[in-house]
Design a protein around this ligand. Structure first.
Ligand code: GLY
Length: 319
């Protein structure tokens, strides 16, 4: 039985709908502290506002998830864009993906450093190339060609992440500890289309070249108008091995499970591979699920009624 710590993980929302996450992990009140909790709440709320403005103006689900993730990438407290975690050598390697439920297409980048907003590069792969996933220098070249902002690598590095890396014993580096993180968004627009976007710096002290679940379509990111849009967070290796996001899709589309139950079953598969984490998911009928098996997950959702629901800890009953 999955340890679903979210006491009310499923919400029947009204289109347009947006849900965001700022990562799952050891998020407990006594360790997070009031100041960081307030900052995280502010970041999630700004992300919801940015995405919902797009949806209310009649924008597409894809436009909305990109707008929401842009805010989280630019907020240095989350593990994406500036302020993302560092590799074992102190380097910066970002991954991002977008998935469009209307066309069932996706775009992703992996192991990029220097692209200010990796989610925009992922969108460029989707819209400007015949490919799904571009890595490293090829992705960076595309970003330059498309006129995306490129910044020196040092720009991404924060003192907090350097201290976090220094806190990892060298012997742990081949098997990095799970530090949570990753940001993401899923949306249902007024036309009934779904989309998902996810962005991350990976895990603290990961080996250079390591690729997590985020840019692997079907693992960390997925959207199909027939079933759901999913953005995952947590232990990337276990999420890859359980093909997490596609597992949710298959359980809904082929096995007929309700979205909330499908997310729980897929999280159980991830637990069987020694991984914890969570996800946000939205269905074509406006069902929102935000379950997690880690101690906490930064999360929020908003629908046509305009009342944002934001949660972090197990005890946050509103979502
Ligand atoms: N879930 C993000 C990663 O493992 O890279």
């Amino acid at each position: 039985m999955v340890r679903n710590r979210c006491t009310s993980p499923v919400w029947q929302a009204t289109a347009p709908v947006l849900a965001v996450h700022g990562g799952a992990g050891r998020i407990v009140p006594e360790e997070l502290g009031a100041q960081r909790a307030a900052a995280a709440r502010r970041g999630l709320s700004q992300s919801l506002a940015a995405g919902m403005t797009v949806l209310r103006d009649g924008g597409s689900a894809l436009d909305a998830v990109v707008a929401a993730v842009l805010v989280l990438e630019d907020d240095e407290q989350f593990n994406a864009g500036r302020g993302a975690v560092l590799t074992a050598g102190g380097g910066v390697e970002h991954d991002a993906a977008v998935a469009d439920g209307a066309t069932r297409r996706a775009g992703a980048v992996t192991c990029v450093s220097g692209i200010r907003n990796p989610v925009l590069a992922a969108r460029a792969v989707l819209e400007r190339t015949p490919h799904v996933l571009l890595s490293g220098t090829g992705a960076q070249e595309l970003a330059r060609r498309e006129g995306l902002a490129v910044v020196p690598v040092d720009w991404f590095v924060t003192a907090r992440r350097q201290q976090q890396l220094a806190g990892i014993r060298p012997s742990d580096r081949a098997e990095p500890e799970f530090t949570g993180g990753t940001v993401g968004a899923v949306a249902l627009d007024i036309e009934g289309h779904l989309a998902a976007a996810t962005s991350t710096g990976g895990t603290t002290g990961q080996l250079a070249g390591r690729v997590g679940d985020t840019p692997l379509v079907g693992a960390g990111t997925w959207a199909d108008d027939r079933s759901c849009a999913v953005s995952a967070t947590g232990d990337g290796e276990a999420l890859i091995l359980s093909v997490f996001a596609h597992e949710v899709d298959a359980l809904v589309r082929l096995a007929g499970l309700h979205l909330g139950a499908a997310c729980q079953r897929a999280l159980h598969e991830t637990e069987l591979r020694a991984g914890t984490g969570g996800c946000i998911a939205v269905g074509p009928d406006g069902t929102v699920a935000m379950p997690f098996t880690s101690a906490g997950m930064f999360r929020g959702a908003i629908d046509a009624t305009g009342d944002p629901r934001i949660g972090m800890f197990t005890e946050d009953n509103a979502c």
